[in-house]
Design a protein around this ligand. Structure first.
Ligand SMILES: [Zn+2]
Length: 224
């Protein structure tokens, strides 16, 4: 769903998850989420999911797809794309954003292009993609930082979003499930915890991870 674009410079930066596929893994349904960041200076999309089936993906995951291009989603309204990494379920919609800047760590781009079986090559290198390969940390827009987070892949990055209090982190697959943030093991997972985030948005869990679970209220109102 398209969320309203903030109109004034004071407007908060917001993160909205969108489910673009369901994968079937060992009898469980695993969503594929992408995330839209609404920023006063533009709309940023983090990862692009998948838009079509591919034999390699079908065999492994029996995916059910809800491509961005077939949802009530303003593809043309995205100004900047970020890939946390280039596994097939994170870059399969990149072709929808041909010509727009797609930020990825150079290490990740090199690995995806060089290593056999790393990704679906024709998705990662679809025609007319305009990758911006970066080395290390980058301030994408004021309050939005790209930070290398090795672990899931050596070239993975996370997106750190200043939303007012403690930051939100969009983590790709740096953590695939909550336990990997509860007890961080990789460099990337430890880095996320060191940021003391309010919320961490994972690619394969609909709800964000929180370091301190909200206290249930007795009123039935679970807003926190
Ligand atoms: Zn991955």
């Amino acid at each position: 769903m398209k969320s309203p674009r903030p109109m004034d410079a004071e407007a908060a930066i917001t993160v909205t998850p969108i489910v673009v596929a369901d994968l079937h893994v060992e009898g469980e349904v695993m969503p594929v989420c992408v995330h839209v960041i609404d920023h006063p200076d533009g709309r940023v999309l983090v990862d692009t999911g998948m838009t079509e089936l591919h034999p390699a993906v079908v065999a492994a995951f029996e995916p059910r797809l809800y491509p961005l291009s077939e949802q009530d989603f303003d593809v043309a309204g995205i100004d900047i794309v970020v890939n946390t990494h280039l596994h097939a379920d994170h870059c399969g919609g990149n072709h929808l954003f041909a010509g727009r800047p797609i930020y990825v760590q150079r290490r990740e781009l090199d690995d995806a292009r060089r290593e056999e079986g790393y990704t679906i090559r024709e998705w990662a290198d679809a025609p007319d993609l305009r990758y911006v390969a970066i080395d290390g940390e980058l301030e994408l827009l004021p309050g939005i930082r790209l930070v290398p987070a090795p672990g899931h892949t050596p070239g993975s990055q996370v997106v750190v979003v200043e939303t007012g209090g403690r930051p939100d982190v969009i983590c790709g697959d740096t953590a695939v499930w909550f336990g990997e943030l509860d007890e961080p093991l990789t460099e990337g997972q430890r880095l996320i915890r060191a940021l003391d985030p309010e919320k961490v948005w994972l690619a394969h869990v609909r709800e964000p991870w929180r370091s301190t679970p909200p206290t249930p209220k007795t009123t039935g109102d679970f807003e926190s």
